[in-house]
Design a protein around this ligand. Structure first.
Ligand SMILES: CC(C)(COP(=O)(O)OP(=O)(O)OC[C@H]1O[C@@H](n2cnc3c(N)ncnc32)[C@H](O)[C@@H]1OP(=O)(O)O)[C@@H](O)C(=O)NCCC(=O)NCCS
Length: 179
């Protein structure tokens, strides 16, 4: 695999939302988060990271506590009512297969597990073999399948990774959600 030459990484903040929108359009055509949704995600910026090459944004990972009220998510919660979820990970197509996605994933997990979490999780679309490969290689396990998870009608696979946290934090609010 090529070296990550000249690629730098830094935390994402809300000023990066226009850049995230631009990358998202190219990486996930037809899927669009509203600015307010990005802002909700980025209330926790600790483990949301952008990759840059010569100051150009070329990839990102965004993760945060997400409220879930369906039973299937209960075993994977890291705080009462909340899972800690990688909501988006992407690399511009011309920079794929250079290890940038793997690096973003690892940096995100390492930062998030300082909280410490019981689990970190994500959804991956049926048939997305590239993404599944890097998740499985990092130790993510299959949790359950969600039919028609995506607006396009595709199913999603919920995957999770065990973290260092030993128990669910029973606070009312998860530790990193900022108002
Ligand atoms: C999935 C994605 C984030 C991966 O980022 P990336 O920087 O291209 O990935 P990496 O270079 O770290 O991955 C390389 C590894 O994937 C493997 N790989 C590449 N294409 C593959 C494929 N079609 N099927 C299985 N494995 C594949 C390579 O062999 C390599 O494996 P190795 O590390 O064991 O040698 C990126 O391709 C992307 O943005 N895809 C579109 C958006 C997306 O699907 N995001 C994930 C949403 S859940």
């Amino acid at each position: 695999m090529a070296e990550l030459k000249d690629v730098t990484f830094r935390p994402i903040n809300t000023e990066d939302i226009p850049i995230l929108n631009e990358m998202e359009k190219s990486i996930f055509p037809g899927i669009e988060y509203k600015d307010e949704t990005w802002r909700y995600f980025l209330r926790n910026t600790e483990s949301s990271i952008i990759a840059l090459k010569n100051d150009k944004a070329i990839g990102y990972v965004v993760s945060c506590f997400l409220y879930q009220n369906t039973d299937e998510y209960t075993p994977y919660m890291s705080a009462a009512g909340y899972i800690y979820h990688i909501v988006s990970l992407g690399v511009l197509s011309e920079y794929k297969n250079q290890g940038i996605g793997t690096r973003l994933l690892n940096m995100c997990i390492n930062k998030a597990f300082k909280i410490p979490l019981k689990y970190i999780s994500l959804h991956v679309m049926d048939g997305n073999m590239h993404a599944m490969h890097i998740y499985k290689k990092r130790g993510f396990k299959f949790g359950f399948h969600v039919d028609r998870y995506y607006d396009s009608g595709e199913g999603g696979n919920f995957m999770y990774l065990n973290g260092p946290g030993l128990r669910v934090v029973l606070d009312e609010e998860p530790p990193l959600v900022k108002e």
